[in-house]
Design a protein. Structure first.
Length: 324
């Protein structure tokens, strides 16, 4: 039921993306418009960051992609197939970690994975132990595999969750806020694990409300705000579309700021021993010369590359400031 018949083969168009949505919309019963006309394209082989403040519609989108809830309108295709119609053929090829892993605290990490594996009707019981051992090894939990899961740190629980998603080879990993609640060390571990997984060709789609996290691990990103897509593209393109900032490092910040304003530079901001402004249209050397001529002791000077945060500010006119 629901699967396309042999006469109407599903075309998997690689150019279409591993995930592709068109006009995807979710309005909840109470009238809340959680996702509004989303057109998302996730290229094969990318580490795709789905970025947005809390409440911007990320989890709702992921739930629609995984066939957990029905869209109100629009379409979603995952691995080239329509969701939720193709849930049964698509989900076995996708490793998903949504809203934290469901673990039995009284079982060891290894026994939790054995349970997961035995719940999969396609998993051969004869190779179960080897599969579980490989997954534990992959996430660096071999040494702790005999410990009860309730004694695991949050980071270890998260890694065990990832191991459960990795019991079978996957074409796509979908991770909802994989570093949420972790300490900096735990975050670093999960990030390096994600990079490693991506390096052997798995497409990774992860949501996050942390800009620098996306910048550190993702090749591509989409930015959501209030249920709408603000932008998407490669991380370098997104940042490159935004101009960097001119900076002057000097003890004479007052004089430096005055000179920059006299030269017509916009958005001059003074901080301790540092003045920044929008980059000028004129030659940088001219600006430097004007500073030096005015007696400003220039200790550092140049244009900094724009970050994803600069891009976000430029797009929305506001900072990426999220509450908890
Ligand atoms: N089952 C539901 N019924 C009604 N409204 C909902 C439901 N689930 C989510 N919402 C609302 O939809 C909006 C988007 O929520 P969603 O959880 O998708 O955002 P998010 O970006 O994933 O945020 P978070 O990171 O906090 O999970 C929010 O305003 C939320 O209150």
């Amino acid at each position: 039921m629901g699967e396309p018949s042999a006469e109407v083969p599903e075309q998997v168009d690689a150019g279409d993306g591993i995930i592709a949505t068109r006009g995807l919309t979710k309005r909840f019963r109470g009238g809340q418009l959680a996702v509004d006309g989303l057109d998302l394209t996730v290229p094969a082989g990318s580490v795709f960051g789905f970025l947005g403040p809390n409440g911007s519609g990320k989890t709702t989108t992921i739930r629609m992609l995984m066939g957990l809830i029905e869209p109100s309108s629009g379409t979603a295709r995952v691995l080239g197939r329509p969701m939720p119609r193709s849930v049964r053929t698509v989900l076995p090829r996708v490793g998903a970690l949504i809203e934290g892993p469901a673990l039995y605290g009284f079982l060891s990490g290894r026994d939790n994975l054995l349970r997961y594996d035995s719940a999969d009707p396609t998993a051969d019981p004869r190779t179960r132990r080897a599969r579980v051992a490989a997954a534990l090894d992959r996430v660096g939990l071999t040494a702790a595999s005999g410990k009860k899961a309730k004694a695991y740190s949050l980071g270890m629980k998260q890694r065990l969750g990832l191991a459960s998603a990795l019991l079978q080879p996957r074409e796509l990993l979908v991770l909802d806020e994989p570093t949420n609640g972790l300490d900096p060390q735990g975050m670093r571990e999960i990030r390096s694990l994600i990079r490693e997984l991506a390096s052997d060709g798995t497409t990774v789609f992860l949501s996050s409300h942390l800009l620098d996290e996306i910048e550190q691990v993702c090749t591509h990103a989409a930015v959501m705000a209030q249920g709408r897509l603000i932008t998407q593209g490669s991380v370098t393109e997104l940042a490159a579309g935004t101009r960097g900032r001119l900076f002057v490092t000097t003890p004479d910040v007052g004089d430096a700021a005055r000179v920059l304003k006299e030269l017509g530079l916009a958005d001059v901001v003074v901080a301790e021993e540092r003045v920044t402004a929008e980059p000028p249209d004129r030659e940088l050397a001219e600006v430097n010369e004007a500073l030096v001529t005015a007696g400003v002791r220039v200790r550092g000077f140049g244009v900094e590359r724009a970050s994803l945060e600069d891009a976000f500010v430029a797009l929305t006119g506001e900072g990426f400031d999220v509450a908890g």
